[in-house]
Every structure is written in C-alpha cells, then in structure tokens.
Design a protein around this ligand. Structure first.
Ligand code: NCD
Ligand code: ZN
Length: 377
C-alpha cells in the first residue's frame, strides 16, 4: 500500500438541501459524505426551501450548519426574481452570490436583463465598500457564481467585464463554453470556471445505460464536448461535484408511477477523488492537477481561510468498485456505481483531529466551522 498525503479538499459546489429538503440530504449527512470523499470544506448552494436570499435565511442556515456539520461550510446567498438584492447587508458573510440564468432545480432562476444588470451593479457597489475577499484576509465579498449555459454565458461575461466583478462559471459542459472562457481569460475578463466529474467522465453515450441516473443540469454533453473539456484543462480552475442529491423514487426509479417532473441532479461528493485519481493512474492528469483544482484554486478564488493541521491520507493503489451501498449520502446512489477505480480515502485529519478513518466518520455534528460569520465589515 502506498499512502499519499494531500491537503483537505474543497468542494466549491454542493447542495446540502437544508432547510426544506432534509429527506434528500442534511448538514450532517452531506458533510459526512464530504469527509468520506476527502473533502474538508464545502460551499453550499442557496436553492433550498426557502432559498438563501435574505439576511434572516442566511443566519438560519448558518445556525443549522454550525450545529450539525462535520466539515467546514461556506454558504452562498442567491438572487431571486422577487427579493432583489435583499441579501446585500450580509454579502460579506456569504462565500459568494449565486445566480441561476439557465434551467435548474428550484425557484431561483433570474429571467430578465434588467434584474441581471441590477444584481451585478449592486454587487460591484457593495464591493466598492467591502472589497473582494482575498485569501488570508477573510473580509470582503466573494465572486458572483453563475449557472449560465450556452447564450447566457456571454451575457454574464459582459456584465463581469463592465462592472469588473470576479465571475465564476459553474459546471461548464460544452466545447463552445470552454472555448469562449479561454478567449475571455486571454482578454483579461476576471473569469474563472469549474467542471464536474460527471461532465469529465460521462457523456450522452452513457445515457442509455444510466437512464434517469444520468439526468442533471447542465445535461450530459456529447463525446466531443467532453473531449474539449480535457483539451482545455488549463482553462479549468476548479473541479467541483455539483453534489445534487435526489431520491431514486423522485427520479422514477423503483416506483410504479413515473413522476411528472423528475428533478435533475446527481450526488458526487464521495466519488470525485477516486475518479480523478483513476484518471491520474491512466496518465490523463497529474496529482498536482488535482490538488490545484480541488484545493489551491478554490481557496484562492473564494478567499477561503487556511485549515491548519488538516490533511487526507489516500491509498493510491487500492483498486475497488464504486457501489451505492458504501455511500454516506442520504440518497444512497451514484451514477458511477459499478465503475472500478483506484484510490481510497483512508483517513481525514481536520485541525489535528482524526475525523474519518477506515470508512467511519468520527467527528461529532457541530465540529465543522461555518466560514465568514465573524466578518461583519
Ligand atoms: C441542482 C439541484 O438539484 O439543486 N441540479 C442539477 O441538476 N445540477 C441544481 C443546479 O445546480 O442547477
Ligand atoms: Zn448545482
């Protein structure tokens, strides 16, 4: 056995579902899944019920996470069509602002240019006062993170350029998108981007096999789109899971009646690292590529505080099959079940304490920290 020591990973895109959808996931089960995947910091998305769009709701979410999480958690605020920029007073306590401009799960889709323009302008004005957050100095605002596919992508790039707002593009899936992001970076637009493991390792060719287990937003793309993500890996700043658990019954699997509108989204926290290490084993990327995109870059882009005495130990030679049964996520399934992988997380040490070992979470709920709650400037 050869043990590899890596920094605790950051997953910059997860849906922990609390409040409102605790039957899918909650702060305890979601962060247990994170530790099992070698992830010691997660950034939680705002499309809960109710959505995290006001100061009171962010405070409520922070209290829940502080009481129940077993790894560190940053919380996004989200823009809604009806509440304008109600979140602005607590913008420094959020890891960033999430805006949905493409088809998604939940009620957070923004659908007018007038509102998009206002959201970028007011975030930039708030940043005139607070600055943007720099790693190590935990105050200021995070970036605007967008779910913007296809023709919505250049809209967001233009607003970022006009207001000089750091813009992070969530889950890029297509050749057209990654090539435009490359061009934007070459022209000094302040943009960064992320790609999910499912968009790197699955394509439309897998849909007949996966059925409803392969439905997420953005949808799985063509093999040529997948090839483009690999060709442009130097443009990809972050690997993030978009861990979006829904039950198999909601997906219409194992139930007699097909649901009218099955929710899109797949779990991912526990499978990202083994999938990436398997790609490293095959020579498709290096361990340094993984550490840059799963730790260093998300820390820099979101200005996350360092986690002292924190690391993970991985048996890189362990070869095994991913199964639904081994998972900590409440929904208990993965689109990667049956896949053989290399690399097993053996131990996770958070702030000097062993919080995960040999398949068991040892941390007590509430031992995770909620980021940025002190930064009241
Ligand atoms: C996400 C979810 O279920 O919350 N679903 C998905 O397919 N990715 C929403 C999202 O990230 O757009
Ligand atoms: Zn998401």
């Amino acid at each position: 056995m050869s043990t590899l020591r890596l920094p605790g990973l950051v997953d910059a895109h997860v849906h922990l579902r609390e409040p409102g959808y605790e039957y899918k996931e909650d702060f305890t089960t979601g962060t247990m899944a994170a530790l099992a995947g070698g992830v010691t910091t997660v950034l939680d998305m705002p499309n809960t019920n109710p959505p995290t769009s006001t100061p009171a709701r962010l405070a409520d979410k922070a209290r829940r996470a502080a009481a129940h999480a077993v790894c560190d958690v940053g919380l996004f605020v989200g823009a809604t069509n009806t509440e304008g920029d109600a979140y602005l007073p607590v913008a420094p306590q959020a890891c960033g602002l999430k805006i949905y401009v493409s088809d998604t799960f939940g009620s957070l889709r923004i659908d007018t240019l007038a509102l998009m323009h206002r959201l970028f302008r007011t975030w930039a004005t708030a940043a005139d006062q607070h600055g943007y957050r720099m790693q190590g100095a935990e105050h200021g605002l995070g970036p605007i993170t967008v779910h913007a596919e296809e023709l919505m992508l250049p809209v967001c790039l233009a607003l970022s350029q006009i207001y000089r707002v750091p813009l992070h593009i969530a889950h890029v899936s297509r050749r057209s998108e990654i090539e435009l992001i490359r061009a934007a970076k070459e022209r000094d637009i302040p943009v960064t981007c992320e790609v999910t493991p499912h968009h790197l390792f699955l394509s439309t060719a897998d849909l007949p096999r996966l059925g409803a287990r392969g439905d997420m937003r953005p949808r799985l793309a063509t093999p040529d789109d997948v090839a483009a993500l690999w060709e442009n890996l130097d443009v990809v700043d972050i690997f993030a899971t978009d861990h979006a658990p829904h039950t198999l019954a909601e997906k219409g699997i194992g139930v007699s009646e097909a649901p009218a509108a099955p929710p899109p989204g797949v779990p991912g926290l526990e499978t990202m690292l083994p999938l990436l290490l398997t790609a490293a084993h095959a020579g498709r990327l290096t361990q340094e590529d993984i550490v840059a995109r799963c730790a260093d870059n998300p820390r820099r882009i979101y200005g996350l505080p360092a986690q002292p005495e924190t690391w993970i130990e991985v048996d890189v030679d362990a070869e095994y099959e991913l199964t639904d049964a081994a998972l900590k996520t409440k929904v208990g399934w993965t689109p990667f079940a049956g896949q053989r992988v290399y690399g097993r997380v053996e131990r996770v040490i958070l702030r000097g304490v062993t919080v995960y070992a040999q398949g068991e979470v040892l941390a007590t709920p509430g031992s995770g920290k909620v980021l940025f709650q002190e930064s009241g400037d």
